[in-house]
Ligand binder design. Structure first.
Ligand SMILES: CC(C)(COP(=O)(O)OP(=O)(O)OC[C@H]1O[C@@H](n2cnc3c(N)ncnc32)[C@H](O)[C@@H]1OP(=O)(O)O)[C@@H](O)C(=O)NCCC(=O)NCCS
Length: 217
């Protein structure tokens, strides 16, 4: 049974967070400084992880000195490099936001390509909004590429609407950013819609045989 859960990001998750972000935003520069962010009181980062599954880090390139590498080639069978199983849980997605006064601003959200369309992006967004509510944020905002319609569909599902445009915001291709914002998190319409989405998400997770139970609070 495959169970996914959400929890705060830990320092041990950093390599996987970088890996996930690099895959999701290959042209993004600078990358999110996750290590620094973990010490930032305004920043809140969560990860979705797969229970009972360990992360296999990619083999480190250039990890061996040249002489040893030649030795490896000569004595391949005896010195075959070990596959590097880690004891770290397998992180499948990350989300982060900054709380600036009463506004939660989502700085990043990404799911491993291999794990998309399973409800994990939704699970992460949901958990971050719940956390923002608990921290007394009034609204949630974010920027999204004008062409990123997949992400926009996710945000629209959660009640975000376009509240502005930043022209040429993304420096890699000069693409515009749409600013998307929720209604007041305290409004009855937002709360009712959010509650409904939560119930649907729980049902969806429990119904998917590959997902097993999702221990959402
Ligand atoms: C955006 C992203 C986080 C969504 O994660 P995901 O786990 O695949 O999304 P989910 O399975 O939770 O989908 C939830 C909703 O999002 C929308 N959505 C997600 N992917 C979609 C796609 N490819 N096409 C259309 N709608 C999509 C749908 O509304 C979906 O609800 P539905 O299943 O009822 O149709 C993921 O595609 C990703 O990591 N993309 C690369 C990084 C990125 O662009 N991040 C956003 C930066 S602003």
């Amino acid at each position: 049974m495959t169970v996914f859960s959400v929890r705060p990001m830990h320092i041990e998750d950093l390599s996987q967070a970088v890996e996930i972000e690099r895959e999701a935003f290959p042209t993004q520069w600078p990358p999110t400084p996750f290590k620094r962010e973990l010490g930032n009181k305004m920043a809140h980062y969560l990860v979705a992880w797969q229970e009972g599954h360990r992360w296999d880090p990619p083999p480190r390139r250039g990890a061996l000195p040249l002489l040893s590498r030649v030795g490896h080639l000569l004595c391949w069978s005896r010195h075959r490099p070990q596959h590097n199983h880690s004891d770290q849980p397998f992180i499948v997605g990350v989300v982060g936001f900054w709380l600036l006064y009463d506004e939660a601003h989502i700085t990043t959200i990404a799911v491993r390509r291999s794990h998309r369309r399973l409800g994990l992006g939704e699970m992460l967004l949901h958990a971050s909004i719940e956390m923002a509510v608990a921290l007394r944020a009034r609204v949630v905002t974010l920027e999204v590429r004008a062409t990123n319609t997949d992400a926009q569909a996710l945000y629209e599902k959660y009640g975000f609407h376009q509240s502005g445009v930043r022209r040429g915001y993304y420096t890699d291709n000069n693409e515009d950013a749409l600013i998307m914002t929720t209604d007041s998190l305290e409004s009855a319409s937002f709360r009712d819609g959010f509650q409904l989405l939560k119930q649907e998400l729980i049902k969806r997770m429990h119904a998917a045989p590959s997902m097993g139970n999702w221990p959402l609070s």
